[in-house]
Design a protein around this ligand. Structure first.
Ligand SMILES: Cc1cc2nc3c(=O)[nH]c(=O)nc-3n(C[C@H](O)[C@H](O)[C@H](O)COP(=O)(O)OP(=O)(O)OC[C@H]3O[C@@H](n4cnc5c(N)ncnc54)[C@H](O)[C@@H]3O)c2cc1C
Length: 309
C-alpha cells in the first residue's frame, strides 16, 4: 500500500523536517542497486525515531529499517512504503575505569569502522578484527557482523533498543542471544545504541593487529566494484561458501551487469550497472548447483528486500 500524502506530512512534522521522496535506493546501498523508495526518514535522535516507529505501527505503514545498506539488495522497482534510516544518529562516548578498561557506547548510525578506529586510537583492544566492515553500528549489531573469528556479539555488553511502540528498552548481555550472522533481538526491535566492553592494550600491539586484519581483508576481498559482502552464509558442514562456489565453477560467471567475483566467489559484484534481477539470477543458479551437486542448502547472508508492489 502506498504511503499517503497526509501520512507523509505527519511524518515530516514528527521528524522536524520533510521526508525524502523518491530517492533511488541505489544511492543508499553499497551495491548501488535499487529503484526509488516512496519515502525515506532520517531521524536525528531517539525521540524522533521513537515517534516515527509508533506512527508507522499505528497507521500500518510498510517500512524497512536501513543502516549503511551494506548487506541489503533492494528491488529494481524500489520500495513501496517508508525506509527509516537512523544513520544521522552518531553520538559516541567512552567511560574508562581505573584499570583502563572501558565501556564504549555508540549510537546506531555511526559507521562501525569509525568506532573501531576510535577504540584503537584510545588504546582499547577487542575490535581490531572488525576493521573494514562497512556497516553502521545498528545494522552490524542486528546482523552480528564479524570477521577474523570474532563478532560484535562477543563484545557487546549492553544494547538500548526501541520496541515497535517506540518504547526504549535496555538489554544487558545475556538477555539476548546471538550467533553466526544473527542477533536475536526481541521481535522487530530497533537498535538505538550499543555499548562495547573493551580492555586496554599496548597501542603498538593494537596497531599491529589492525594492520594484520587490514591486509587479510585487502588480499581476500574484491576491490573497486560495488558489492554487498558475502552473499551466502557458510554452511556448517565443511567448506566455506566461497570455496564451494569456486569449486562449482562459478568464479567470473556473469549475468547482465553482475559477476561472481574472481577474487572471492561468495561476493557477487556489481560490475557494470547491474540490476537486482541480475544478482538474483546468479544467486538462484549458485543455490541450485550447491543443492544439486553438493547437497547443500545455502542460506542467504544478504537481505533481499522486495518492492512490495
Ligand atoms: C565490501 C564489504 C565487506 C563486508 N565484510 C563483512 C565482514 O567481514 N563481516 C560481516 O559480518 N559483514 C560484512 N559485510 C556485510 C555488512 O557490512 C554487515 O552485515 C553490516 O554489519 C551491515 O550493516 P549495515 O548498517 O550496512 O546494515 P544494513 O545493510 O543497512 O541492514 C542490514 C540488516 O540490519 C537491519 N538493521 C539496520 N539497522 C538496524 C538497527 N538500527 N536496528 C535493527 N536492525 C537494523 C536491517 O533492517 C537489515 O535487516 C561486508 C559488506 C561489504 C559491502
Amino acid at each position: 500500500m502506498k504511503i499517503s500524502k497526509t501520512q507523509i506530512k505527519t511524518l515530516g512534522e514528527l521528524l522536524g523536517e520533510p521526508l525524502a521522496l523518491g530517492i533511488p535506493l541505489k544511492r543508499l546501498t553499497s551495491y548501488r542497486i535499487g529503484g526509488p523508495a516512496d519515502a525515506v526518514a532520517f531521524p536525528r535522535n531517539s525521540k524522533t525515531l521513537s515517534s516515527v516507529l509508533l506512527f508507522v505501527k499505528q497507521e500500518g505503514i510498510r517500512h524497512f529499517l536501513l543502516g549503511n545498506g551494506t548487506n541489503v539488495l533492494f528491488d529494481d522497482e524500489g520500495f513501496r512504503g517508508l525506509i527509516i534510516a537512523p544513520i544521522r544518529m552518531k553520538q559516541f562516548s567512552v567511560d574508562k575505569d581505573s584499570s583502563g578498561a572501558a565501556l564504549l557506547t555508540a549510537q546506531a548510525g555511526i559507521p562501525l569502522s569509525v568506532v573501531v578506529w576510535r577504540a584503537c586510537k584510545l588504546g582499547l583492544h577487542g575490535m581490531e578484527p572488525l576493521w573494514g566492515i562497512p556497516g553502521s553500528v545498528g545494522g552490524s549489531v542486528a546482523c552480528n557482523a564479524g570477521s577474523g573469528g570474532s563478532s560484535l556479539g562477543d563484545i557487546v555488553s549492553k544494547l538500548t533498543v526501541l520496541d515497535t511502540n517506540g518504547k526504549e528498552i535496555e538489554l544487558e548481555k545475556g538477555t539476548f542471544s546471538y550467533g553466526y550472522r544473527f542477533c536475536d533481538l526481541p521481535l522487530k526491535s530497533v537498535v538505538l545504541q550499543a555499548s562495547f566492553q573493551l580492555s586496554p592494550l599496548n597501542p603498538d600491539e593494537i596497531m599491529k593487529q589492525l594492520q594484520h586484519f587490514r591486509n587479510t581483508r585487502r588480499l581476500s576481498q574484491p576491490r573497486g566494484f560495488p558489492s554487498c559482502g558475502c552473499v551466502f552464509k557458510n554452511s556448517s558442514n565443511g567448506l566455506a561458501a566461497g570455496e564451494l562456489i569456486e569449486k562449482l565453477g562459478f568464479k567470473g560467471v556473469t549475468e547482465g551487469g553482475a559477476q561472481v567475483s574472481n577474487v572471492h566467489a561468495n561476493f557477487i559484484i556489481n560490475r557494470n550497472m547491474a540490476k537486482a534481477r541480475d544478482v538474483l539470477a546468479l544467486i538462484e543458479k549458485i543455490a541450485e548447483a550447491a543443492y544439486n551437486k553438493a547437497g547443500i542448502t545455502f542460506e542467504l547472508e544478504i537481505k533481499v528486500v522486495r518492492s512490495g508492489e
